[in-house]
Design a binder for this molecule. Structure first.
Ligand SMILES: [Zn+2]
Length: 359
């Protein structure tokens, strides 16, 4: 894998605008990078499908999925003072919102800078200073307009326009660290692209369809449509997975930076096929590819929808550990990305009818 090309792909995807339902820009970046890798299709939900050039059409199908949307927000209304009342698209952590820089798309398709307004301490009541709780709808996004009319006529802001964090990707090459927004799941999208790239020209036991699915963060919606179209026999979902190593006792931490892809036995939405999981873990061990296994109390992912489609489709999830997921700023490690791609390539090569029969 070309490290510099991979990091620049992660950066390009991380910077792309694309909250749930508005994934267009991220999809354009992916189309550009996937064009040489296979036949491309797109549907009205902005799911993007890549059918590998080497597919024969008469083999079982392995679906590789990653979701293109990021957590963001949407304009609900403009207040008389020109600030924006917004709702969240997906689970953007409320505590990380105040004082965040954002980009608001306007009716002309331009991206305007704004901030999630935090009331200066000078104007706070005693309880506000003590950190009293607030609702997202108590917050505003300020683009600098001074009236509703100005926001509409001069800034061209309208109801229903999407909003994302304004964060530029950065790479600390010395320590192999990646900083940016939207690593959930753009780092997974980049892993899918690199996996397809690494498999180019190889004859594989199964046909492969790469799916970049939309609207995961609002309830795995794109994947429900995509799985019906692709009708896979087996699947692998890539994710940016919430790293727990800065919050959890070492003995309990299961998504640690630098320890490879997190393979989850369970989260709130799915129990991953245990026979498929065992195959994956043994494969990784045999190939000396670091992976870490997790049993998660919460969370959810596209695997849940794929698992319950058709006659029931075996699926596992490989998540690149990402610190501070669902906030404006994330940290991930390049070596985890690289080992996740190596794992996915080996997994694709390991497919067999016998494996399918054993699941
Ligand atoms: Zn995700």
């Amino acid at each position: 894998m070309d490290k510099n090309a991979a990091i620049s792909l992660i950066g390009e995807l991380s910077n792309a605008f694309g909250p749930s339902g508005f994934e267009d820009d991220a999809v354009e970046v992916l189309k550009k990078h996937c064009a040489p890798l296979g036949r491309i299709e797109e549907d009205s939900l902005r799911n993007l499908y890549v059918y590998r050039n080497e597919n024969t059409g008469d083999k079982p199908v392995l679906m590789l999925d990653a979701h293109t949307d990021e957590v963001g927000a949407i304009v609900q209304a403009i207040r008389p003072n020109g600030t924006i009342r917004f709702l969240l698209l997906g689970g953007w952590g409320k505590s990380s919102l105040p004082s965040s820089r954002v980009l608001v798309r306007n009716r002309l398709g331009e991206y305007l800078p704004g901030i999630v307004a935090a009331k200066p301490v000078h104007f706070m009541s005693n309880s506000e200073r003590a950190g009293a709780s607030y609702e997202v709808t108590d917050l505003s996004i300020d683009i600098g307009a001074s009236s509703k009319e100005e926001a509409e006529k001069v800034f061209h802001i309208g109801v229903g326009e999407p909003i994302v964090p304004a964060v530029d990707f950065e790479c600390d090459e010395v320590h192999g660290l990646l900083f940016g927004k939207a690593f959930d799941c753009r780092i997974g999208c980049a892993a899918l692209v690199e996996t397809l790239k690494n498999l180019t020209g190889k004859e594989l036991p199964f046909d492969i369809v790469g799916v970049f699915s939309s609207q995961e963060e609002v309830g795995e919606r794109g994947a429900q449509v995509a799985v019906n179209k692709v009708k896979p026999d087996i699947a692998l979902c890539f994710e940016g997975a919430p790293a727990d190593d800065t919050f959890t006792e070492p003995w309990l931490a299961q998504t640690v930076l630098g320890k490879g892809a997190m393979l989850r036995y369970m989260d709130k939405s799915i129990i991953c096929n245990p026979r498929y999981m065992r195959h994956a873990v043994e494969l990784a061990e045999g190939e000396n590819i670091p992976v870490q296994c997790a049993v998660r109390e919460g969370g959810g992912n596209n695997g849940a929808m794929i698992n319950l489609a058709g006659n029931g489709i075996p699926v596992i999830v490989a998540g690149v550990p990402v610190r501070y997921i669902h906030s404006s700023n994330c940290i991930a490690k390049y070596e985890d990305f690289e080992s996740t791609v190596r794992f996915a390539v080996k997994l694709a090569e390991s497919m067999s009818e016998a494996l399918l029969g054993s699941l």
